[in-house]
Design a protein around this ligand. Structure first.
Ligand SMILES: Cc1ncc(COP(=O)(O)O)c(C=O)c1O
Length: 367
């Protein structure tokens, strides 16, 4: 059996990419807000149903830049159940992360536990739409408004997700996206920062270009977060096939759910009413007692059978050396996240995964 990986990148047809490359070669404008960069920003705004988006070179620099743009300091409330970049962005800004436990139904930060973590130093909340499942944005906004806090969503997984027809990226003060090769929409490496108005978009554009407002004026100590023309052109092409790729992912998710529903000790997340999901990941949760095997034993068995799942997100960010000393990082403060991190495996899901391959994965789990 060939190896089945957790994901496989969506690539635009090579023959379609060549004319774009030829055009870039003719233009001789490789980066710094070039033609394709502008085109991709416009196309993404249209596809995602949003107004202001700034392209970045990856999904981590927009997190760091959002914190800079909003002048966030002190403490920020966040989730330990994410990719490390979420918390690292706080550390890079000298901000103390305060971890709050998650809701088992969505794996997102639990709004019921946020208020208890607010202190006079708290300036913002940084939730994550984990696996592309939207957070309870209304509850989070109500808390933010009550305490005068900013909200920055790490929406790295939430490309194209809508709630009652509205983009999830509209929630909060800003949202960030990742276009890493493993994501639903990719530009090889890439990302974006979504904001609410023209003035902020301008500020973000300055910040991602060292703070240059013009040839001789620096408005802030910015960084280099720019996306180049080659990846912008690649993104324009990939965007054309993204909706179809999401449909294929939906088909795979349905098959997994149908075939796994009667497997004792294995549970999946459900779709949420009113949400257009992107099926960025397909997590299952292993109940060791009922399934009769630990999560890690199943993970190893899959690996031995050439199926490479991933334990997203294990270990929890709060267990890493630089964060585990924080009061909020103790497992007693994070019982749900700790349990979920110890039971999760993300199964292979990507546009080109066949029905037969999904059945092979399921058979290994059923054995
Ligand atoms: C939740 C989350 N935030 C941030 C990032 C960072 O994005 P990038 O790898 O594009 O820098 C990722 C993933 O890669 C992620 O999964």
């Amino acid at each position: 059996m060939n190896k089945i990986l957790v994901t496989s990148p969506l690539l635009p047809p090579l023959e379609d990419f060549i004319p774009y490359l030829e055009d870039i070669w003719t233009r001789k404008w490789l980066t710094n807000n070039g033609y394709y960069h502008q085109k991709l920003e416009e196309a993404l705004c249209e596809y995602l149903g949003i107004k202001y988006l700034s392209l970045f070179t990856n999904g981590t620099i927009p997190l760091i830049t959002a914190l800079q743009a909003l002048h966030i300091t002190g403490e920020v409330i966040t989730t330990p159940f994410s990719f490390v970049a979420t918390t690292h962005s706080l550390w890079w800004n000298g901000i103390k992360p305060v971890f709050v436990d998650i809701d088992p139904a969505t794996c997102n930060i639990d709004p019921n536990k946020i208020e208890a973590a607010i202190t006079p130093q708290t300036t913002a909340i940084m939730p994550v739409h984990v696996y592309g499942n939207p957070c309870d944005t209304a509850r989070i906004q109500a808390i933010a408004d009550k305490y005068g806090l900013k909200v920055i969503y790490d929406a790295a997984h939430a490309f194209g997700v809508t709630v009652n027809g509205k983009s999830v990226l509209e929630a909060g003060d800003m949202s960030t996206l990742s276009f890493h090769a493993t994501k639903v929409f990719n530009t090889v490496e890439g990302g974006a920062l979504v904001c609410r108005d023209e003035e902020m978009k301008q500020r973000i554009d300055y910040l991602k270009n060292f703070g240059f407002a013009d040839e001789i004026t620096i408005v802030a100590p910015g960084i280099n977060g720019k996306m180049d023309e080659i990846r912008s052109a690649y993104g324009l092409l990939n965007l054309k096939q993204t909706e179809n790729a999401i449909e294929n992912r939906r088909r795979i998710a349905r098959q997994y759910r149908a075939e796994l529903q009667n497997v004792e000790g294995i549970t999946c997340l459900n779709d949420i009413e009113g949400v257009y999901h992107n099926y960025a990941y397909f997590p299952i949760f292993v109940d060791e007692e009922k399934y009769g095997m630990t999560r890690d034993a199943l993970y190893d068995r899959m690996k031995d059978n050439n199926v490479l799942g991933r334990r997203y997100f294990y270990p929890l960010i709060s267990t890493f050396a630089d964060y585990k000393g924080l009061n909020s990082a103790s497992p007693e403060n994070l019982p749900v996240a700790t349990k979920i991190a110890d039971s999760v495996i993300c199964l292979p899901i990507y546009s080109g995964l066949s029905e037969h391959e999904v059945a092979q994965v399921v058979n290994i789990i059923k054995k």
